[in-house]
Design a binder for this molecule. Structure first.
Ligand SMILES: [Zn+2]
Length: 90
């Protein structure tokens, strides 16, 4: 049985995580931030799960709201940075 990961679009076999329990709620929040169309029942592959887990672990308080905040701040900084690079907004 082969699945397609709706997060990274990779085709995966048995490594697809179809069900995320409550402890993965933080992961879900982050995935939804990156992929607004994604829903929990789509599942995600092991790689994606590990990626988002490591992102949460990298945040100071090991908490998704914190990881989300860091990410949003990063986005704003990148936008400001690109304004300086291009000289004007898109
Ligand atoms: Zn994936």
């Amino acid at each position: 049985m082969e699945y397609q990961c709706n997060v990274c679009r990779a085709r995966v076999g048995a490594d697809m995580i179809g069900y995320l329990d409550h402890t993965e709620k933080h992961v879900i929040d982050l995935v939804k931030h990156d992929h607004p169309d994604w829903v929990e029942k789509d599942g995600l592959c092991k790689k994606c799960l590990e990626y988002y887990r490591s992102e949460i672990q990298g945040s100071i308080f090991k908490d998704a709201p914190c990881a989300l905040r860091i990410r949003k701040t990063k986005n704003v900084l990148e936008k400001i940075g690109s304004l300086f690079k291009s000289g004007k907004g898109s």
